[in-house]
Design a protein around this ligand. Sequence first.
Ligand SMILES: [Zn+2]
Length: 413
Amino acid sequence: MRKLADIRTGNKQLIKDLNRSLVIETIRNKGPISRTDISHILNLGLSTVTYIVDDLLNNGLVIETGEADSSGGRRPVLFEFNHKFGYTIGIKIEVNHIIFALTDLNANIVVKHITSFPEGEKAPQVISLITEGIKDLMSLADISFEKLLGIGIAVSGHVNGKTGTVIRSSLLGWTNVDLSKEIEKHFNLPVYVDNDVNAYALAELAKGYGRTHDSFICLSIGEGIGTSIVNEGKLYYGHQGGAGEFGHTIIQVNGYLCHCGQRGCLEMYASNKFLRKEGKLLISQFPDSALRSSSFSFDEVYQAAALFRDPLALELLKRAGEYLGVGLINMINSLNPETIVLVGEGMIAQEFFLPYAIETANRNFFAKGGYETTFYVSELGNDAWLMGAALLAIKHLFEPPIYKDSKAKSISL
Ligand SMILES: [Zn+2]
């Protein structure tokens, strides 16, 4: 938890910085907006707002976008955030490749680039591929490094976002990798690292379900199961950034051994790992299955279910759905969320497992009181991982400068 001592002591400069940051944030979130409306929202004097907006305008951080209708008198000028003021890079590290995206300050992707590496590659090699990839991306986009304001990296596993350390990623086989420090050595820029589902949740917050709701749980189903808890517009991190490891809550005593060392984790019953493990166990009972020589990926199992109504594929997805439902009951009973936003590659097969999951989940503690958690399947698609990674950097650029340890490159005007 932040301590009082971490907060910068109050002085005139800090208050000026704070006001500026609040005005930028208001224009970003509410623009196009007039000076008068900013002044009402922030309860700041119109002359202070005018001074800050003029300053931001002169420096290109906001732009004029026309005039509002007037109920008489002069029509007020409207301002909008200039999302082309600078750029950020969002990066996602996968099991055998890295995806890079250059984005504007609204996290809109300008250009993408992919670099591959052999599965199981050590961290130093992957880090050097990341630094090379960043340079390649910038030359591909033909944009100078001066325009780059920050870098965000999304990676699966337990990440301490505050220090930018990958504490443990079983997907990559890494422990205690100081990823942000290593990348920052090469660029004079802040680098933020976070769990990939947290990054996705930021994208959902800025561009998806979060545009109309500020509290939800993001649940990702793919090779593993990850969750991110969004509460009142902010991510809930827990003590070391590890909140939301619902994939490793236990749903089966003495169940399948999980890569985390426990037995019976939800991840072993409702992710791609389950399809593989259970599929190989059941295949002898389904000698005619189209999945005989498959790797039991969500895509393959979905294709078999959709194209051939393959009994093994249907059975696997039904079982995964029922187990997922049990996991969802535990999540709902622990956190009482209004909505669970479902994301990830597993969603391709949603029609074959989600009905079972929801039916089971709806038998939770709160159901007796007539209360229902709703489920929403994300519509953002795969680019959301990259937009979310970029947002890791963007959100720090505009946060009020009240903490001493804030490393965001201040936008010096
Ligand atoms: Zn586990």
